[in-house]
Design a protein around this ligand. Structure first.
Ligand code: MG
Length: 382
């Protein structure tokens, strides 16, 4: 029986992870969970899963404590790490959204626990530190994101020296067919209308600016140890090819499936097995007929270019990129800045915040905070 701690249980990846676990109760036991503010969700989760023994929510709740006396609850700023102090688990599923996901990943690595990673910020902001610690502790970081899961699957059984390049596919986001000039008029509601994936607001915006793809390029570099000049993003309209690996002999291996996050989540939980799917219509290539690809235009998707720049420079640039973009997207969603101001502000933050080539973890946190403050102050001047 594999014991799991699931962070971010009430989010999109979290709820799908719960569904998968429900189908495999004979193999997987959820013993610890975290939610943010959604305590109604937590209450129901605890009722349905009598095996859960540890739980976290942001705010203290006396009724929950009384209703579930057998559960150890944790709350507040340090609660997430206190939750993980209970080391009675085998795999941490980190489905937290945002920079708060970094410390729990590091904590799990310190405790020699494998991590199934959906939290982007972990590797974007602190990839060098996280991967070095994971290597030293002999901990596996297993990707949940569909692109990285695809690459992970395409790499199975291969030799790292034989990799020519990684090809990361991108949908192009909600405005892929809009002329660039029209992007200044984008409204929040337009941006939330993603062509393929149903996701949260933040990641849907990151998909529209393709910052999300930029993050994934940085993550791929860290996860698979491939240099940036050997990572190529490509726009792919149908979201059937989730990414690919090209080998030195010219063989290009792609992973395909219908766009369905349950597949990469399930693979992360049961790797290296490919288990039968219950409610899945298997790919019918003849019915799909054709797949379309297009080069990424870096003039249009400036944040992809910015991610390559930040990634190549390394150091604290990922933390700046991440803190700046998070804040700028928040300001856009709140109606304070325009859609195109997101990329302008993020690039400005990369240009103006001091570069640290070999940052400590404290430097990473400071650079993140600096980027947040920088964007807020710049946005006020717009
Ligand atoms: Mg993705």
């Amino acid at each position: 029986m594999r014991r799991i701690f699931l962070l971010g249980a009430s989010g999109s990846i979290g709820t799908q992870t719960l569904e998968i676990c429900k189908e495999h109760v004979d193999e997987i036991a959820i013993v610890g969970v975290s939610v943010g503010k959604n305590k109604t969700f937590l209450r129901q989760l605890l009722c349905e899963n009598p095996g859960i023994r540890f739980a976290y929510a942001i705010d203290y709740d006396e009724e929950l404590v009384k209703a579930f006396p057998h559960i150890s609850f944790y709350w507040g700023d340090n609660g997430l790490l206190e939750l993980l102090d209970n080391k009675e688990y085998d795999l941490l599923v980190n489905a937290l959204v945002g920079f708060t996901g970094l410390k729990p990943t590091l904590k799990a690595i310190e405790d020699h626990k494998d991590v199934a990673l959906a939290n982007k910020e972990t590797l974007v902001a602190a990839g060098d530190i996280v991967m070095a610690k994971a290597k030293a502790a002999e901990v596996n970081i297993i990707p949940i994101d569909s692109e990285h899961s695809a690459i992970f699957q395409c790499l199975a059984g291969s030799n790292p020296q034989d990799i020519k390049r990684l090809i990361i596919t991108a949908s192009g986001g909600a405005f892929r067919d809009w002329p660039y000039e029209a992007l200044t008029k984008v409204k929040v509601a337009d941006a939330l209308n993603h062509p393929v994936w149903q996701m949260g607001a933040k990641i849907t915006i990151d998909s529209a600016t393709m910052m999300n793809k930029g993050y994934e390029i940085i993550e791929a570099h860290h996860l698979f140890g491939v240099s940036y000049d050997r990572i190529t993003p490509v726009i792919h309209y149908e979201s059937i090819v989730h990414s690919a690996v090209e080998y030195n002999d010219g063989s290009l291996i792609a992973q395909m499936s219908h766009p369905d996050m349950r597949l990469p989540i399930e693979y992360a939980l049961f790797y290296p097995r490919h288990l039968p799917r219950k409610s899945y219509s298997y790919l019918d290539l003849a019915k799909i007929g054709r797949l379309n690809f297009k080069e990424v235009d870096y003039h249009r998707y400036k944040l992809v270019w910015a991610a390559f720049l930040a990634g190549r420079l390394g150091g604290n640039m990922g933390a700046i990129l991440n803190g700046a973009n998070d804040t700028a997207v928040g300001l856009f969603l709140a109606g304070h800045i325009s859609f195109t101001a997101i990329e302008r502000l993020v690039i400005s933050a990369l240009n103006n915040i001091s570069y640290i080539a070999k940052p400590t973890l404290d430097d990473i946190f400071n650079s993140h905070d600096q980027a947040v403050n920088y964007i807020n102050s710049m946005a006020n001047k717009l």
